[in-house]
Design a protein around this ligand. Sequence first.
Ligand SMILES: [Zn+2]
Length: 490
Amino acid sequence: MDPQGRWVSILAPSRLQRRRACVHSGLESGIQPMNPMFLSTISQAGAGLSARQRTAARMPAACWDGWMTYRLIKRGLASSHWSAEHLRRTQERALRDLLVHAYSHVPLYRSLYDDAGFRPEHVRSLADLDAIPILTKDRLKSAAPHEMLSDGTDAGDCTSVHTSGSTGSPLRIVLGTGDRRWQRAAAWRILFEHGFRWTDRTMEIRMTFGETFFVQRIGIAPKDWMSILDPPESWAARVAETRPDVIVAGAGTLHALAEAVESLGTMLHPPRLIISDSETLSAATRSFVRRVLGSTPIDVYGLVEVSNFAWECERGQGFHVSADSHIVEVAAPPKTPGPLIVTALGMRTMPIIRYDTGDFAEQDVTACPCGRRMPRLSRILGRAVDSVRLPDGRRLFWPFFHEILARHRQLRQWRVIQETLRSLRLQIVAPTRHDGLIEHIEADLTKALPAGMTWTIERVDHIPVPAGAKTRMVTSQLGTDRQSTEEYPS
Ligand SMILES: [Zn+2]
């Protein structure tokens, strides 16, 4: 908690990351020959070398990168038990460094802050967070590429990732070496919080395969990738064959995997850890996956823009926030849904500061029985655009409808569209006609929705999903209104 009673969290970047933004090239930035950035530059410039020679040239940089990633993970795990005072001071120092960097080196922030009359020196403590202008997705999307990046960013050092674009056009996030390491450590640290071991074999099911790191090629934390486009039966067969210790996938994918395992009657060696991300993990999916796959899935929250930063406690007490790496704010009192705003303290190439995620969450200011001292979120409710607004101003988020509809196992897909303030259209895909299905859904909706709301149920053959995008199962044609955030009790 900050002195104003608002709940915040944080993390400090390493000294190397702080320097990262000033890297133009090895020689221009005064990097010494043994610096990994310099070694990396040499290895990338290795034209004319054989593949074996290029691999050998990259080894020192890869080893250094692995070592620095390990240190970040270790620091993150230790920070779970830092005192509130130590955490606060560390966050304040990291935030001030980040603001000075962004204002001095990134045109987008200079322009945003100048327009608002804000200067980095206005922030002396977390109590001054509100003075920092919010960065909206629209502002980030409308910026020219050069505006978002630190002065002198070396394109050869960078890679980019894209958001799904499910709420509009995709957003391109540019990551330098230090940013990639920081994002990787933030994601891995969460696995270690739940008992991950370096010897564990992971199976991850995704639309796009991630990078395979040097250490994974030599048997440290090995990972198998499977495509989300493959049939679920092939995932089930691979799980039975390779017996992964860890499975990582979106909640919908885990549900489909559990269905395939159940329908094939496959006997599985239960994975020790199942991580669910990308979509909200409903209670129904959680218990179904636990029953079929033999382990309780852990819900992890993050964004492509800033990596993962909130994760369920094994005690089932909501989400902890990786306060060592992110400042997370919920613009509402505890136990009340409010916009989720995040600052990524370790990103320098394309800084993300007070970014309005478009999602809603609830903060929890009570202590967790697990003993970790991280800030907490009691619930993460999803995106404002994925909710229905009621006439009295409250909102129904995706989990509300999921809990009603998930009990009808005949439903293959569904989507709720709010057409007017008082009317909803429910589209359903059910492969065969089931007696009483529509009537049962209508009865459930009557019980759950407030009086005065009307709805129509429409059978469709399929519900299209844009390639690479998340399914938007609840959409409103009324637009978003941030004034109305109280959730309707289910
Ligand atoms: Zn806990």
